[in-house]
Design a protein around this ligand. Structure first.
Ligand code: 13P
Length: 252
C-alpha cells in the first residue's frame, strides 16, 4: 500500500458473463455501498455487452464500472470494434488496455497499447495499463527489464495519477494458481514506482499500481498490503461477488 493512496480492487470478467450474471454485479454494488470493501474502491469490468445495463443497475452507488479494451480511434470503419467514447457513453469510467491476453492473442504492441490508453484519456476514462513478463522471460531473469520496457512504451502522454492505473500481471501467474513471492512482487512494483516518478514527476508517487495473477481470498492478505501494491486486478475470483469481496476485505 502507498500512504495516502486509495486502493483499487478491480475485477476483470474477461469473456465471461451473460445477463444472468448481473445479479453478481448487483451484489457487489450493495457491498460497496455498505462499505464492505473498506477503504478500497471496488471496480468491475464485465464484457461490453453488459456495460449499459450494469451502469443503469448501479447508478448512484459506489461500485465503479469499467471495460476491458477499446479501439484507439474515436469512431470510423472498424467493424466489431468499440471506441473509448462508446464505453464512456455506456457508463464505464475505466478501461483496461494492454492485457496480456490481448498482447498475445491479438498481437497488440506497446505502441498500440499506448494509443489505446491515450484514446481512453481523451474520452474521459481512466486507463488501466497492463504489463508483465512471460514464463520464459522470468526464467531468464528478465522480468524487471521487460516490465520497464513495456511500461516506457505503453504509458499514455499526458496521464497522471488520477487518469492512469498500472497493473503488473506476470503472464505465468494468470489463471494458473501460481503467484510470485511477496518479495518478487515488491521488487517489480518498486521498479514500476521509480519509473513512474522518473517519467511523471513526484505526483506519480500516488499512481495506483495493482498486482494481478491468481489473486484469491487465500493469498490477498500477503500480496495486497505490500509496499507499492495499491490493489489488485482479479480475473477468475471476481466472477462471484462473495469471492471478490473476500479479496477486497484485505483493505478492511
Ligand atoms: P486470474 O485472477 O484468473 O489469474 O486472472 C488475472 C487477470 O488476468 C486479470 O486481468
Amino acid at each position: 500500500m502507498t500512504p495516502g493512496v486509495r486502493p483499487l480492487v478491480a475485477g476483470n470478467w474477461k469473456m465471461n458473463g451473460l445477463s444472468a450474471s448481473l445479479g453478481e454485479i448487483e451484489a457487489m454494488r450493495l457491498a460497496a455501498d455498505a462499505g464492505e470493501a473498506g477503504e478500497a474502491e471496488l471496480l468491475v469490468c464485465p464484457p461490453a455487452t453488459l456495460l449499459a445495463q450494469a451502469a443503469w443497475n448501479i447508478r448512484g452507488g459506489k461500485l465503479s464500472l469499467g471495460a476491458q479494451d477499446c479501439h484507439p480511434q474515436p469512431s470510423g470503419a472498424f467493424t466489431g470494434d468499440i471506441s473509448a467514447a462508446m464505453l464512456k457513453d455506456a457508463g464505464a469510467t475505466y478501461v483496461i488496455v494492454g492485457h496480456s491476453e490481448r498482447r498475445t492473442l491479438h498481437h497488440e504492441t506497446d505502441e498500440l497499447v499506448r494509443a489505446k490508453a491515450e484514446a481512453a484519456l481523451k474520452a474521459g476514462l481512466v486507463a488501466i495499463v497492463c504489463v508483465g513478463e512471460s514464463h520464459a522471460e522470468r526464467q531468464a531473469g528478465e522480468q524487471a527489464a521487460v516490465v520497464i520496457r513495456q511500461l516506457r512504451r505503453s504509458l499514455p502522454a499526458g496521464g497522471n495519477s488520477e487518469t492512469v492505473v498500472i497493473a503488473y500481471e506476470p503472464v505465468w501467474a494468470i489463471g494458473t494458481g501460481l503467484t510470485p513471492t511477496p518479495g518478487d512482487v515488491t521488487v517489480i512494483h518498486n521498479f514500476i514506482r521509480a519509473l513512474l516518478v522518473e517519467v511523471g514527476g513526484p505526483h506519480a508517487a500516488k499512481t495506483r499500481i495493482l498486482y494481478g495473477g491468481s489473486v484469491k481470498p487465500s493469498n490477498c492478505g500477503d500480496l495486497l498490503t505490500l509496499d507499492n501494491v495499491d490493489g489488485a486486478l482479479v480475473g477468475g475470483a471476481s466472477l462471484k461477488a462473495a469471492e471478490f469481496l473476500a479479496i477486497a476485505a484485505a483493505y478492511r
